[in-house]
Design a protein around this ligand. Structure first.
Ligand code: MRU
Length: 329
């Protein structure tokens, strides 16, 4: 946390362990969790104590650092960490970085600092996309909590605020596990950026009323053709934005691009427990035993994405990531 940053580090290497904000406890409590073994970090990832694509990238590398420190077999640890969550390509990317490094601890610490620096650059590139007094709608949490720090979609909002554009944010609550209501709202409150929580299903009427100037979301994986996987509900927002002529921006570091995945059809979509849909924070809201489907992500076709904001600049269609230069990753 710098003097200017009211949000503590999401994940960091401290005294031979991985220290994370326990995101399951927010917004009620700012609690921290320590992982000292590969199994403990796998558990933190599976249960969403740490989540969000860039944060998972750092968690993957730090998991490999734990394997090195505890003397666990590196290949076995890599496979176990990668298997925890399939959609965010950053996780496998961070694991690969740790696996290839001569010093996995130093590499994990480097990736942590690098993520924050890249997000700050991304935010500065994206800031001009937000009009003066612009009303931004966002989904899920693509803020500091989803990264080592600063945020991607919320990084664009922060960049706009730092540039004096006075943005405000419509915060989708983001069912089923409410990352918007619990995490994005908590962050924006700490940052002092005006924001309003809305039920996911309200986006259409907000847009129809002319109350949304742009949509900015994060990404868990971007295919080589620009198709984007992100939290379920993102695709619906993109369709609505297109219908209403509202710009739809995706903000993500280049570590989220999967050049080996030609289109969104090849992106694995995580299926999570039905309990997340039939209950809210342990309180059942559906009849006992009722079937529920829980696809955690959806894919937005590149044709609906106005621009992709990265640390290297703002990219416009046609997206050809298979041809894009790799910048120091
Ligand atoms: O299931 P989650 O909370 O890990 O999903 C997170 C998202 O979908 C984010 O929008 C995405 O990871 C980008 S985070 C900068």
């Amino acid at each position: 946390m710098t003097a200017a940053d009211p949000i503590p580090p999401t994940i960091e290497w401290r005294d031979g362990a991985v220290r994370m904000i326990d995101q399951r406890a927010l917004p009620g409590r700012l609690a921290f969790l320590e992982a000292r073994t590969v199994e403990e970090i796998c558990d933190a990832i599976r249960t969403l104590a740490v989540r969000g694509a860039p944060a998972l990238g750092v968690a993957g590398a730090m998991g490999m650092a734990l394997a090195a420190v505890t003397g666990e077999d590196a290949d076995g640890a890599a496979a176990r960490i990668r298997a925890t969550r399939p959609t965010a390509v950053n996780l496998a990317w961070g694991v690969a970085k740790g696996l290839a490094a001569a010093d996995p601890v130093a590499e994990a610490v480097r990736l942590y600092a690098d993520d924050i620096a890249r997000n700050r650059r991304l935010g500065a590139h994206g800031a001009p996309l937000v009009p003066q007094d612009g009303r931004v709608l966002t989904h899920c949490n693509a803020g500091a909590l989803a990264c080592a720090g600063y945020g991607t979609a919320l990084g664009v909002v922060r960049g706009a605020a730092e540039a004096g554009r006075r943005p405000s944010v419509w915060v989708d609550e983001t069912r089923p596990v409410l990352q918007g209501a619990r995490l994005t709202a908590w962050e924006l409150d700490r940052l002092g950026i005006p924001s309003t929580l809305v039920a996911d299903v309200m986006a259409g009427s907000l847009m129809a009323a002319g109350d949304v100037d742009c949509v900015v979301v994060g990404a868990d994986r971007i295919a080589a053709n620009g198709d984007v996987a992100n939290k379920v509900g993102t695709y619906g927002l993109a369709v609505l934005a297109h219908h209403h002529g509202i710009p739809f921006y995706v903000a993500a570091p280049m570590s989220t691009v999967d050049r080996d995945c030609p289109t969104g059809a090849g992106i694995p979509i995580e299926r999570r427990s039905a309990d997340e849909v039939t209950s809210i924070e342990g309180h059942r809201i559906a009849p006992a035993g009722f079937a529920a489907e829980n696809r955690a992500f959806d894919v937005t076709p590149a044709a609906l994405v106005t621009a992709i904001v990265t640390e290297d600049g703002v990219l416009r269609p046609p997206y050809r990531f298979d041809l894009a230069a790799v910048t120091g990753l």
